[in-house]
Design a protein around this ligand. Sequence first.
Ligand SMILES: C[S@@+](CC[C@H](N)C(=O)[O-])C[C@H]1O[C@@H](n2cnc3c(N)ncnc32)[C@H](O)[C@@H]1O
Length: 290
Amino acid sequence: MAVIIAPGRSLDRVGDGETHGLGYERVDGDPNVAVLLATMDATAGWEATRRLRVWERDQLRLDGGKRLLDVGCGLGDAALALAEDLGADGEVVGVDASAAMVDVARERAGAARCHVRFAVGDALALDEPDDRFDVVRSERTLQWLTDPQAAVHEMARTLSLGGRISLIDSDWSTFTLDVGDDELAGRVREAMRTERRRPSDVGCRLPELVRAAGFEVLAATSATQTWSGWDQDRSPAPDGCFSMSSLADDLVDVGQLPPADRERFVSTIHQAARDGRFSMALTMFAVTGG
Ligand SMILES: C[S@@+](CC[C@H](N)C(=O)[O-])C[C@H]1O[C@@H](n2cnc3c(N)ncnc32)[C@H](O)[C@@H]1O
């Protein structure tokens, strides 16, 4: 399967078995870097992602000359969409830990009307001046950081007086997988609550992070991404998601699944998908503060 990630550039998805442990802490150097980049395009197409980005744009109502910083900007598509509201004298800066992500973002920035700069950097130590930006945003990045609150404080440092902060993130403790097997669904739900020992439930904590950084919450919303089926002939994993073998490996790692049950676990899910009994859901949250 080829996934277009930039004009004139396409990436081949690697096989189902190679996606174990996919994560966005260290994209560069990951043997699956191509999958990580392609997955960003797939998740940008999720209905929930699109709805939250439209909501954010409506809340921010950016206009000419404003300066926007996107922390953990990934492929840059959300920042570039917001750039359309800034006029020719606006400025967009995107920072991401991954040079591979930043390279694609730079390629995509060609058509932007305002000044755009994408740079490699760390959300926990931004190489940007104090009081510089009118809006600082971060989407689906806090969940990959060791200290999300420290990152929100760092974002606040770069905001000018009266500036606004905008956060979007998933809460993986809301993840459900329904394949007509309650015991299997329970294991997945339990494992997701402590998923990979990272702050994967940060989505529901966004208002708390915003308040702790000295802002009032201006607006908040959520959207649930649902997968009501999965065609295994078209894709080795549900759209924009990890493979079921990778999920099984993670469950084995956290002691939720005996290694001997791994194959049965994966085949139960695959069979349910073939029989039209497969569904998944994940809730994402968004908040603006000022
Ligand atoms: C799931 S992606 C989200 C990308 C983009 N915000 C989006 O919503 O499409 C998470 C991004 O966070 C970046 N990231 C992870 N740790 C980071 C850090 N410490 N500083 C900056 N970016 C980081 C990754 O390189 C990756 O691009």
